[in-house]
Design a protein around this ligand. Structure first.
Ligand code: TEU
Ligand code: CA
Length: 564
């Protein structure tokens, strides 16, 4: 295995600092908190930490609105704390990858403050400014330069009264989009990235990096104007995207081997993903695709619900495994800070909580690609039934709620959707202990602690055979021990049940067979044609730890890994 491609055999753990561990009693997680929990990560066996943003920020979107890329936000600590964390991680053999949010900044970034100050300011062109629609009344709905709908509700344009022009913000109005067409702006971003690498960080996770190049014509999206249309095809995957990523490689990563780069790319197709991750093109190591986390989204909005059908998840994973088999590389994830908890979403968080959390982990970690674990997933944390509107914290949910209620929707129904799919589900504090504050803080937590911490917590799982934590630990260990797990080929095996996901992994003489019943009912798995001797093969790993695995009978959410 080449050292340069170390990330192909690595497991990444995402830390969302605000919700990980508080060290000073202000109720907000921080860098010293992470430092104090490195033992947990070492025990789990992960190779890399992806650190969600810790830069200076007004925290309108919890740090995804950056006002200074080269300072640590005081809420998270100091540069001394950061260096100590980096050092502590490195001493344990764990790398740290930073979150790079350069599609937009905060509206409080000095670049934007300058840019908005006048039409002739040298930084004017660092952001995307346009005149109101000709003949319209600026400020009124319908006078925006395009009819695009923002990710966070309403228009993507905000009128700035200082100059009478609109600026583009694909996310909240406090997150103005940078203009990547501007050479000086790009040079400033690359210089900033180089300084972080000089400081010793090991790479970047790049926020919505497929949105940095826009269609220069800024066309309207088809559809009704006052409700705003879907401009995605005009602001995503624009004409200069590949050029920018290649330029970034030359300017930032050239001569620095062994960095990890992963681009977050909502809406990316398999064909596009293959191109971005083709090593010959020098763009990215891997991308986060969104297909499997969109399966339960209804028409037009993530808040509309479409129930998952049995087999949907397996089918989507198979598509991506097959598409990036020869060229490119997959990232594998069940959740992150923007998604509900996977055991609640794809599993059964009541009757079969432990079984479904471990079955989902098994099918993910036994695929080819680089797995990402989101904090708390490794102990099977669940969604939180946010009781009231006042318990919500996320800007996306709050904007959605106010837009829907203004449009006449019932608050109760909107809250029901938010409870199911809202991002706050991922952001309740990590449950370390059975104490009501979960060992997260001694102060008042910034967001509810899930009361199920009384029984669902890390302390209760360490060293417990069959626990969600120990299962994740075994899966990670298996990847590190057996090259076939990280690098082997993937082939789906058809069975006659939609609820069953079975596949083969193969590398030289090594063959693994993974079989999982992704349902809450007993299921028979008939492999008598394909693999007649499978039930007498060596069982490497199972999530039903009672030693009672019995051939083709699979109990609810039973997942097994055989070695041939
Ligand atoms: O998210 C981008 C994205 O496309 C979505 O996942 C988004 O969060 C939302 O759920 C769409 O409905 C990235 C970050 O991961 C997210 O936390 C930020 O809010 C967003 O970019 C803006 O920086
Ligand atoms: Ca704190």
């Amino acid at each position: 295995r080449s050292k340069k491609d170390w990330w192909k055999s690595a497991v990444v753990y995402q830390v969302y600092p605000r919700s990980f561990q508080d060290s000073n009693g202000d109720g907000i997680g921080d860098l010293r908190g992470i430092l104090g929990r490195l033992d947990h990560l070492q025990r789990l066996g992960v190779d890399v930490i992806w650190l969600s943003p810790i830069y200076r920020s007004p925290q309108a979107d919890n740090g995804y609105d950056i006002s200074d890329y080269e300072q640590i936000d005081p809420v998270f600590g100091t540069f001394a704390d950061f260096d100590e964390l980096l050092d502590g991680a490195h001493r344990r053999g764990i790398k740290i990858v930073m979150d790079l949010v350069v599609n937009h900044t905060s509206d409080q970034h000095p670049w934007f403050i300058e840019s908005r100050s006048s039409i002739t300011n040298p930084k004017r062109d660092w952001y995307i400014w346009r005149d109101p629609r000709p003949g319209s009344t600026p400020g009124r709905p319908g006078s925006e330069p395009t009819n695009w709908k923002s990710f966070f509700s309403g228009s993507t344009w905000e009128l700035d009264t200082t100059t009478g022009q609109y600026y583009l913000h694909l996310f909240d109005r406090r997150q103005p989009d940078l203009n990547w067409e501007n050479d000086d702006m790009r040079a400033a971003v690359y210089a900033m990235m180089r300084r972080w690498l000089d400081r010793g960080v090991d790479g970047f996770r790049m926020d919505v990096i497929n949105l940095i190049s826009k269609d220069p014509a800024y066309p309207d999206a088809p559809g009704a104007f006052d409700s705003y249309g879907d401009g995605f095809s005009f602001y995503a995957h624009g004409p200069r995207l590949h050029e920018y990523l290649q330029e970034m490689n030359r300017e930032v990563f050239a001569g620095r081997d062994g960095m990890l780069t992963v681009g977050e790319m909502p809406g990316v197709t398999t064909t596009q993903a293959k191109a971005f991750t083709d090593p010959e093109r020098h763009e990215l190591n891997m991308v986060f695709q969104f297909e499997h986390v969109g399966l339960d989204h209804g028409e037009g909005s993530k808040f509309a619900h479409q129930p998952l059908r049995p087999g949907d998840l397996a089918e989507s994973f198979t598509t991506w495994q097959d598409a990036l088999a020869e060229t490119g590389w997959n990232s594998l994830y069940l959740s992150n800070h923007d998604q509900p908890r996977p055991v609640s979403r794809f599993g059964d968080d009541e009757t079969w909580w432990r079984e479904s959390a471990t079955a989902l982990a098994t099918i993910l970690h036994m695929q080819r690609g680089t797995p990402y674990i989101y904090q708390g997933e490794e102990i099977g944390m669940t969604n939180h039934p946010f009781p009231t509107v006042s318990s919500l914290r996320d800007i996306e949910s709050l904007n959605h709620l106010s837009h829907e209620v203004d449009a006449g929707a019932s608050e109760v129904l909107v809250l029901r959707d938010i409870r199911r799919i809202g991002r706050d589900n991922a952001r309740t504090p990590v449950q370390w202990t059975s104490h009501p504050l979960a060992g997260f803080t001694e102060g008042t937590p910034w967001i509810d602690v899930n009361p199920n911490t009384s029984w669902l917590n890390a302390n209760a799982q360490y060293g417990q055979p069959g626990s969600v934590f120990e299962h994740y630990r075994s899966l990670i260990a298996l990847r590190h021990e057996l090259p076939v797990v990280a690098l082997g080929s993937f082939r789906r095996i058809d069975t006659d049940s939609r609820a069953v996901f079975a596949f083969e992994r193969r590398l030289e003489a090594a063959t693994l067979i993974v079989i999982a019943n992704l349902s809450s009912t007993n299921t028979r798995v008939d492999l008598s044609d394909e693999l007649p001797t499978i039930w007498s093969s060596r069982l490497l790993l199972s999530n039903w730890t009672d030693g009672q695995a019995s051939g083709q009978q699979f109990r609810p959410w039973e997942a097994r890994v055989y070695s041939l």
